[in-house]
Design a binder for this molecule. Structure first.
Ligand SMILES: [Zn+2]
Length: 140
């Protein structure tokens, strides 16, 4: 695993958002995007680009964290769908987007990166304390 120096990768240089949970493998952050309440990212703590570059136990821990984040958002927000995405074309540092989706959000059924189809129905952000409690319960 490569450790970059400051200024080379924004996910090495900063948390990337409000940290809800973390361990030595990865962190879960809340993304500040009012158009998509509950939008979270699971970010690997090390600078690695591809899932197949990870040792199996690290890959398993990362995926367990992605699934724990999905289940927390499902329980708290009851979205119509969860979108999971691992792109990394712009920032090649492993991170998973975990995005609650609603039929009346601005982009549904397209991806959140597509062109908007409508104005979103406003929804509140999920309760931060409940999200943190769920992640701690599942992940320790
Ligand atoms: Zn990085």
């Amino acid at each position: 695993m490569t450790k970059l120096t400051a200024g080379q990768c924004e996910l090495c240089d900063s948390a990337g958002g409000d940290v809800l949970w973390q361990d030595d493998c990865c962190r879960v952050i809340a993304v500040a995007d009012s158009g998509f309440p509950g939008f979270c990212r699971v970010i690997l703590q090390s600078h690695v680009a591809e899932m197949t570059d990870l040792l199996p136990d690290i890959r398993d821990r990362l995926l367990k964290t992605v699934l724990a984040t999905e289940s927390a958002l499902r329980e708290i927000m009851s979205p119509h769908k969860i979108n999971l995405a691992c792109l990394g074309n712009i920032i090649p540092h492993l991170h998973w987007h975990v995005i609650p989706r609603f039929r009346d959000d601005s982009h549904f059924p397209d991806s959140v990166w597509a062109t908007a189809r409508r104005v979103s129905t406003k929804r509140p952000e999920p309760d931060r304390d409940r999200l943190v409690a769920h992640l701690r319960h599942v992940l320790g």
